[in-house]
Design a protein around this ligand. Structure first.
Ligand SMILES: Cc1cc2nc3c(=O)[nH]c(=O)nc-3n(C[C@H](O)[C@H](O)[C@H](O)COP(=O)(O)O)c2cc1C
Length: 180
């Protein structure tokens, strides 16, 4: 039975919180996707850098290469929405690893615009992976994250029954108290 990976990119910490929660309830291994060059802390400066990368299709170099993708069957892929899609380091990550035959479960945090075209972009980069519905959580509603995560997992029961370790997930989520 294949393992579960929770790979995520997070700039200001929102997506990281959801990734840690998903890792906790699924037992999945956590991997943080980080770019070599750090993004500016200041919001508008960060949006400028991110916009330039997207417009010019720049794939930033990653701080750490992930070499064990073959060990995993289900990959939860988390990211904040930047300019209507994933930050470019997530593009780099998807290009570098082979996702053929794997199940990708995207999750994102956003500022109100939803998941944008991120799922379509994942499908383009990983045409031979099964890409499931994106779990979308608004950055300002992290305190209510469990309320959104629970029905998402319940809708995915068919996937989870393939892997017995995931079955208790729904039960755990039903009892966990909400984080910050
Ligand atoms: C560069 C940049 C671009 C963003 N673009 C969008 C966007 O297009 N749509 C949206 O809803 N939110 C957008 N946001 C808001 C983030 O998606 C949101 O704050 C997210 O929860 C941040 O996650 P993080 O803390 O994991 O980095 C943007 C934020 C940044 C910094």
């Amino acid at each position: 039975m294949g393992k579960i990976l929770v790979a995520y990119f997070s700039h200001s910490g929102n997506t990281k919180k959801i990734a840690e929660k998903i890792s906790l309830v699924t037992g999945g291994d956590l991997f943080e996707i980080r770019a070599v060059n750090k993004y500016p802390e200041e919001y508008s400066k960060c949006t400028e850098v991110a916009r330039k990368e997207l417009m010019e299709n720049i794939k930033p170099q990653l701080a750490e290469t992930f070499n064990s993708i073959n060990d995993y069957d289900i990959i939860f892929l988390g990211y904040p929405i930047w300019w209507g899609t994933m930050p470019m380091p997530v593009f780099t990550f998807l290009e570098r690893c082979k996702f053929d035959g794997k199940t990708i479960m995207p999750f994102c945090t956003h500022g109100g615009g939803g998941s944008g075209k991120s799922s379509d972009d994942i499908k383009k980069l990983c045409p031979r992976a099964e890409v499931m519905e994106c779990l979308q959580i608004k950055g300002t509603e992290l305190a209510r994250a469990d309320e959104m995560i629970r029905p998402y997992f319940q809708r995915r029961k068919t996937v989870f029954t393939l892997d017995s370790r995931l079955i208790p997930t729904v039960a755990v989520l039903a009892t966990t108290t909400t984080g910050s």
